[in-house]
Design a protein. Structure first.
Length: 300
């Protein structure tokens, strides 16, 4: 944990400067450019290739720094939970018991309400995920589950009856695009993929989809995509590297802004001592709550 403080002390500032924009990186290869110009003429893409390599190396260094910081924060968070979690849980339980004891002594409806809400917040329903597994999705209960809960019969899936127009479109497409009409392997593969989509649309009775597929077939196969030039690929790579750096910068900022990172900054050289100091304070809070609870129970 000794290195956690160094990471927590400003990953975004310490590491962000190590990743530069492609424009800045081009300055880093200026010397190499001059050396090249003194010899044979360089290829047009050579400078871009060097800029990409420099940006890739800088991004790797930045990723290592961010990941190192993330691990430090995660480890400290786990240690924080292990050492302080039971004390926090004890405080929460004592707060609930104090609220219940106060409500039992006063009988005030507002105190009783607060006590019930505190207890409910402390004890979530156990096994909810297991209980609802297979019964609920993001939209609510599955139809079968809802039917069983309300004693309603489960409706079988509706039978699809394609319209006459859908049947006509299907027959025409099947005749025109049948894979057996192809002599070359690539064309046969294209037709098989197309007929699979046609069959699926017909099985759903989707007349509009079949009409769109007919228009697609009439338009013919798509021309092969033109590959970008070497320079275009290099520029695209630089753009991706810049986007990746921006994402990592956002991750690093989230880590730095977290409560755990703020705690690490309080004791960069000895985070264990910080945890012990917080634990001592929490133990004092626990003792105070226990005394308060004992006093309320003695008054009953």
């Amino acid at each position: 944990m000794g290195s956690a403080g160094g990471a927590g002390g400003g990953c975004g500032v310490a590491y962000a400067g190590r990743v530069t924009t492609p424009e800045a990186e081009q300055g880093g290869v200026a010397g190499a450019d001059r050396a090249t110009s003194e010899g044979a003429a360089a290829r047009p893409e050579e400078r871009l290739e060097r800029a990409v390599r420099a940006a890739e190396q800088a991004l790797i260094d930045y990723e290592i720094a961010v990941e190192t910081f993330r691990v430090e924060v995660e480890n400290f968070s786990r240690l924080h939970e292990q050492r302080l979690g039971p004390l926090y849980a004890r405080l929460e339980e004592l707060d609930v018991r104090i609220a219940e004891a106060r409500a039992a002594r006063t009988g005030d409806p507002e105190d009783l309400r607060r006590a019930r809400e505190a207890r409910a917040d402390l004890q979530p329903i156990p096994g909810v995920e297991e209980l609802l597994h297979g019964w609920m999705d993001g939209e609510g209960l599955f139809p079968e589950a809802g039917a069983m809960l309300t004693d309603q019969p489960v409706r079988p899936p509706q039978r699809v009856r394609p319209s006459e127009e859908a049947r006509r479109l299907y027959r025409e497409l099947a005749r025109k695009a049948h894979p057996d009409l192809a002599q070359e392997a690539d064309e046969r593969e294209r037709r098989e993929e197309f007929i699979t989509r046609v069959n699926a649309a017909y099985a759903r009775g989707a007349e509009d989809e079949l009409r769109e597929l007919a228009e697609e077939w009439a338009a013919g196969p798509r021309p092969p995509e033109q590959r970008p030039s070497a320079a275009e690929e290099l520029y695209a790579r630089l753009e991706w590297l810049a986007q990746r750096k921006e994402l990592l910068t956002h991750v690093a900022k989230q880590l730095e802004d977290s409560a755990i990172a703020a705690m690490l900054r309080l004791a960069p050289d000895d985070p264990d001592r910080l945890l012990e100091e917080i634990a001592e304070q929490l133990r004092g809070d626990v003792a105070g709550r226990e005394a308060q609870l004992a006093s309320l129970l003695a008054e009953e």
